[in-house]
Design a protein around this ligand. Sequence first.
Ligand code: PLP
Length: 507
Amino acid sequence: MPSEFPSPETRKRIQQAFDPDLLRVAGHRLIDEVSIHLKKAQQTEGKVLEWCSPEHNKSDAASWVNERICPSNDPEALIKHFTELIKTAMNRGINLHDPRYIGHQVPPPVPLAGLMDSLGSLTNQVMAIYEMGPWATSVESVMIDKLGMALGWKKDTFSGLVTHGGSLANLTGLLTARNVMLKDSWKAGLPHYNPDKSPVVVTHQDAHYSTSRSVGILGIGTSQVVKVGLDSKRHMDPNQLETVLARLRKNGRPIVAVCACSCATPIGAFDPLPEIAEVCRRHDVWLHVDAAHGGAAVMSPRYRHLVSGLDRADSIVWDAHKMMHVPALCAFVLYRNREHRFEAFQQDAPYLFDPTAPGQADYDAGMKTIECTKRAAGFGLWGIWSLWGSQLFADLVEMTFDLASGFYEQLMEAEDFQPLHKPECNIVVFQYIPKELEDSPLEEIGEFQLNLRRRIVESGQFYIVSTRLDGIGALRVAIMNPLTTKDHFNALLEGIRVEGKRIINMI
Ligand SMILES: Cc1ncc(COP(=O)(O)O)c(C=O)c1O
């Protein structure tokens, strides 16, 4: 150890890094800059995305921690440098608050939800045990109650947890299903491997990839995923489900779960849950519903019918960081039967879970989540729910779902565009087919869509995504921004036409 430790310089540096007054000045600056940035984004003054290659961005990001480290620890210099950092980060990021962002299922968060969320970051209210985040734990627990009761479940009969995203939520829900349906699998693993009798997970054909990934992680094996056929609107077909389950039962295959979707990612199709739940009940099978995107429809009297039957699921995944417009990540797993709340993990951690306060275990998030240290994820949702009530969530769902219907009508009216389905929510998949391509093979039309999308994104005019439906490329929008309007959609169609013509002229 040096003779004088800590040195005055060390002490000064640490004190400055923790200085609440420095935070106050920096915090005001941050909010001023974010407010200006969001205003510009909402008024479409810049680009949706300032496209830079990953190598370019990475090299610039590296420069700030190599040759551009703040030259002085003078508070004024630090604030000036801090301002440059946040401006750079915002300018290089994607602008979800720009109404021309019509891309992935990630929303512009309600800004005050972001602010509430920052409380957790600033004070680090982490969770594993109640004592380390008593208020954050209580907030999440209340939100679990509110979502469960919104589904129609009675208080104290159900349970749940909040985790870092829908993928982890699917893994947790399916782990619980595995442990309940395959007794002893937590301890013994799946040692009785017999290819003819090995356990299966039955899924929607369009299930999000995190479902089959979970099956792989759980040791069941992705080749034991049995996909159920879809109807013409890409819903899981209950009749085909019945046939699949009857065959599996006849062959003595243990069934871990049926995974249905509310809604499935590709086109936002909502499964007929009442019928699916009935088939599962007849075969005594665990029903897991991935409602990561569509769960929020429960909040809207006009769209609630889409998730009718969701209350009959044994486990549900519901991402508040999708259609409830809070910052990522805030994903819920809900169990209809409260008895299942500790089934996912049977962990002995004497340094954490205190046997002298057994009643508290219900509040120790670490008993139910994969994470030990876990970010407080509920502040944003709890905050905006308290400010605007549940009506805000109904408004957001209705606005974005209605916008999708309007966009669909615009596509139907345009001769050179073709919607590939009637939207059930805020996801629309379509193709641009100019005259020049009308007689081209489907594959060629599909590849054209993918090229078109890349050009649109790199131009910064709009952010949309692409997908493949039955192997054929298509354009896809998820209308996540409630400030998008019909005029933006018109401009999108026009922008697609212009870029499309450019590609055709290059061929
Ligand atoms: C239906 C569905 N489930 C799960 C996920 C994964 O959620 P996350 O990205 O929060 O891990 C997605 C993501 O879009 C999804 O659409």
